[in-house]
Design a protein around this ligand. Structure first.
Ligand SMILES: CCCCCCCCCC/C=C\CC(=O)SCCNC(=O)CCNC(=O)[C@H](O)C(C)(C)COP(=O)(O)OP(=O)(O)OC[C@H]1O[C@@H](n2cnc3c(N)ncnc32)[C@H](O)[C@@H]1OP(=O)(O)O
Length: 358
């Protein structure tokens, strides 16, 4: 049976009542079917390349070609009914279950031999950091700061240490880019603060390549051990972004402004030995013996008197905490604006549509 005009109007009202955002792809499909059902085939000029939102809408509508209005109306009603409360409830349940599973599997935290180990465990995506992973790490650091361990260690599963921020965090966020950027800036600030304020020795065991925020954060670690297979890459300009995790302050301080510029502005990728020569890495190990040597050493360090290590860290780091918090706040404000820039949106779209690899 064909959907009536009344069915169509009911479906339009139902869309407004959806409790869960159906995602951008579904919203584009709904828009296209609505326009086709009411105006017929796409009759608008194609928006310019930088008008990303209207261009996506135009493309969705135009892709329907000469689909008859009645068929578009029927397809619209069918699509909305697949998002109806019962369907929504079951997909919401699934979403919540997925989220819980993700929370427990993408970051694995264990505590043994005086060491709390925080493992980035998303190897199929090169351990790219999702929105949930940022939050899980904040929580893991909070717990580690008061648990019985003497030191806390970050490492990654698989061939990468971490490929940085998951570039789909923004494209998959509910709400518009503005909302995602505001939320992103808040989460990023809290995330970096939890590293600035972490009271115990914090060690990175860099098992493979590190990109973006996984590299910049290293300036806030107390020791960095790297496999000779690791590389260090901060392609912020390529992504239309700017440095974060206090690296605009820590990197020039660690390696001097000329070398920091090559990394942070020009995206020069360093080998593990180059990163060691610049003072970003404490020591480089052959990949074949990396795990064995590093963990043996860390187990030894974890036996040292914990309060003494904590107080020494305080002496080394406390003088500049205030400065670091101020730098973090400024970097987050700058990044929030950059995330909404054409340069950044285009770079992310290129990655998502597989046109560019860094
Ligand atoms: C509301 C939102 C709030 C979010 C909170 C915001 C906080 C933001 C903080 C900081 C902002 C930016 C700092 C950065 O980290 S910038 C750096 C970002 N990273 C990158 O640009 C790296 C992109 N990835 C690559 O260039 C390549 O994937 C690679 C790492 C060089 C590896 O290449 P490869 O050929 O060996 O492997 P590949 O097939 O590409 O990867 C395997 C799968 O993994 C996916 N993947 C890898 N890295 C990322 C990533 N960063 N984001 C998303 N997905 C990633 C890749 O797409 C492959 O997936 P699939 O198998 O095709 O499905």
């Amino acid at each position: 049976m064909r959907a009536s005009q009344q069915d169509f109007e009911n479906a339009m009202n139902q869309v407004k009542l959806l409790k869960q955002d159906p995602g951008n792809q579904v919203k584009l499909k709904l828009y296209a079917l609505y326009k086709q059902a009411t105006d017929g085939p796409c009759n608008m000029p194609k928006p310019g390349v930088f008008d990303l939102v209207n261009k996506a809408k135009w493309e969705a509508w135009n892709s329907l070609g000469s689909l008859p209005k009645e068929t578009a109306r029927q397809n619209y009603v069918d699509l909305v009914s697949s998002l109806s409360p019962s369907a929504e409830a079951s997909s919401q349940g699934k979403h919540e279950a997925d989220e819980k599973a993700q929370k427990s599997k993408d970051i694995v935290v264990t505590s043994e031999d005086g060491i709390t180990k925080i493992v980035l465990n998303r190897p199929t995506k090169k351990n790219a950091l999702t929105f949930e992973m940022y939050q899980d790490i904040i929580l893991a650091l909070k717990n580690a700061s008061t648990d019985n361990s003497a030191i806390t260690v970050f490492t990654g599963t698989g061939d990468y240490y971490c490929s940085g921020n998951d570039l789909t965090n923004f494209t998959s966020a509910a709400g518009g880019m503005e909302e995602a950027a505001s939320k992103g800036a808040v989460v990023l600030r809290e995330f970096v603060n939890s590293f600035i304020d972490f009271p115990k020795p914090l060690v990175a065991v860099v098992n493979g390549p590190a990109v973006g925020i996984a590299v910049t954060l290293l300036g806030l670690f107390d020791a960095v051990y790297a496999s000779d297979k690791a590389t260090f890459h901060t392609p912020f300009s390529h992504l239309g972004q700017s440095p974060e995790a206090c690296s605009s302050y820590t990197f020039p301080k660690i390696m001097g402004s000329a070398k920091a510029t090559e990394m942070l502005l020009f995206g020069k990728k360093l080998t593990a030995r180059e990163a060691w020569a610049q003072g970003l890495v404490s020591e480089v190990f052959p990949d074949s013996t990396f795990e064995k040597e590093v963990w043996t050493r860390l187990k030894g360090y974890a036996k040292l008197p914990p309060n003494s290590m904590r107080i020494s860290k305080e002496l080394i780091r406390n003088n500049e905490k205030e400065k670091l918090h101020a730098v973090n706040a400024e970097e987050c404000t700058t990044l929030k604006a950059k995330w909404l820039s054409e340069e950044c949106i285009n770079a992310i779209m290129n990655f998502v549509s597989r046109k560019a690899k860094l």
